[in-house]
Design a protein around this ligand. Structure first.
Ligand code: ADP
Ligand code: MG
Length: 446
């Protein structure tokens, strides 16, 4: 693993720690450490202290938080490394991978096996599997995957890379993020080694270029990427890009690159639906060696209902509840999760108001808010009314009597009944879940 990747992984470990422990010690003890070397032989990561800091001071802190660090390390790197703070970076004596080693830099966790398929990512996954299997698919060249953050783009890229290296050991595979590409280019210019830089990227069989949106406004990078693209494309080498938007929406990137991004197949990954979220959580639980009892299952349902936008947040939530249950030796359950995750569940609550929910639900079904408040009781209006009641109860701190007031002075037991109706139905009825997901998505984006 080279230094940039080590740093990237360390950043992820820190991110993970934030979700499993207080942020203060992470900020003051761990975040200032500089990761300098990862030794596969010793299963150890070496750090140097920040300027003026003493290595033994930081070493002690690492020992104090052994448990949290190990579990964060395992969830990012797939296994536990011990950590040692040293005064200067140890000299490389072991047969560490040479920089061209095609396998370096991939996160062992990011494989096809651990990627949960759903309607939201089906196309992207199918394209990646085809490329991984054949090494090159003309119709998919370049494959351009776009989505919001935390929806699995990097995961898929690493999965393709690792698969191809195994299946075709002779193929040269290169994974690079926009930033790393830019930094390396700048460095090669400064050191007058541009030729090496070009050889490195123009002689690969598979180029995985992550987060291409960040080349926006960077002319030298764009120029270099353009020529890299031309060279690889003409020699029928496979390229995969990821981005946060489709090619045509990439501002600050010249037309000739934009159009090339669209030559093969642009596919998007959508936010996961309820089933996919639940499947991902179950998968995480199984990978952590937790058996899915009824309590755990119910808890995972609660988390899936509440965290709807991205998978990184789902993972963060899982790490927190799982970490807490191990740390305090308590069973995981819906109420435990609600306690541990109050801040996540509540920030969401604070942004939604009963009025906005009522209005959104009414509009979704083609009514006005006042229709939902009325005494009308035909099925076509009472169904949206019950959904509005359910969503208000789930997403705001309103009590049943308060909600009754909002719906034309209805009795609190009527409200409770409506709430129970929907919360039961939601577990069984896929259409209803989709409806609720759609409404929540509209609400959260408005
Ligand atoms: P992006 O690159 O789109 O921002 P990542 O690939 O970094 O997102 O994914 C964020 C996290 O969510 C990663 O830990 C990844 O393993 C996980 N993840 C994303 N999609 C899936 C999926 N379909 N199945 C399992 N894990 C997933
Ligand atoms: Mg990414």
């Amino acid at each position: 693993m080279n230094k940039t990747e080590l740093k990237e992984n360390w950043k992820n470990i820190l991110q993970n720690l934030y979700s499993s422990m207080e942020s203060l010690p992470v900020n003051i003890f761990f975040s200032p450490l500089e990761p300098v070397k990862l030794s596969e032989k010793e299963l150890k990561i070496y750090f140097t202290p920040p300027k003026g800091g003493s290595s033994s001071f930081y070493q002690k802190r690492i020992e104090n938080y052994q448990k949290e660090l190990s579990s964060a390390c395992e969830s990012v790197l797939g296994k536990v490394y011990s950590m040692e703070v040293v005064d200067s970076a140890p000299v490389d004596t072991e047969d560490s991978p040479v920089p061209e080693d095609p396998s370096f830099g991939f996160n062992p966790r990011y494989t096809f096996d651990s990627f949960v398929q759903g309607p939201n990512n089906q196309l992207a996954l199918a394209a990646c599997l085809a490329i991984a299997d054949k090494g090159f698919v003309r119709e998919y060249n370049p494959l351009f995957i776009y989505s919001g953050a935390g929806l699995g783009k990097t995961h898929l890229m690493h999965a393709v890379g690792q698969y191809v290296i195994k299946k075709y050991p002779k193929k040269r595979v290169m994974y690079v993020s926009s930033e790393a590409f830019t930094n390396e280019l700048v460095k090669s210019l400064q050191e007058k080694r541009q030729e090496d830089f070009r050889n490195k990227y123009r002689k690969v069989d598979l180029l995985l270029f992550d987060d291409v949106q960040f080349i926006s406004g960077k002319q030298a990078t764009q120029e270099e990427l353009f020529h890299t693209f031309e060279s690889l494309y003409n020699f029928r080498k496979q390229i995969i890009f990821t981005s946060d938007k489709p090619p045509k929406d990439l501002d600050g990137i010249p037309e000739r690159l934009q159009s090339r991004f669209g030559w093969g197949m642009p596919v998007d990954i959508q936010a996961p639906d309820y089933e996919t979220r639940l499947a991902i959580l179950k998968n995480l639980a199984i990978l952590s060696g937790v058996s899915i009892t009824e309590e755990v299952n119910e808890m995972l349902q609660v988390i899936s209902q509440n965290i709807i936008t991205n998978i990184r947040d789902l993972e963060g939530a899982w790490n927190r509840v799982h970490g807490m249950s191990k740390l305090q030796n308590v069973q995981m359950s819906p109420s435990m999760a609600k306690k541990v995750l109050t801040d996540i569940f509540d920030t969401k609550k604070s942004t939604l108001t009963p009025q906005s929910i009522k209005k959104c639900v009414a509009k979704y079904f083609g009514y006005k808010s006042s229709d939902l408040e009325s005494k009308k009781r035909n099925q076509s209006i009472s169904f949206p009314r019950q959904i509005a009641i359910y969503l208000i109860r789930e997403n705001t701190n309103s009590s049943y009597p308060q909600i009754g007031e909002m719906f034309g002075g209805r009795n609190h037991s009527t409200i409770l009944h409506s709430y129970n109706n929907i919360s039961k139905a939601v577990l069984k009825d896929e259409n209803l879940r989709n409806t609720i997901d759609n409404i929540m998505e509209i609400l959260q984006n408005s």
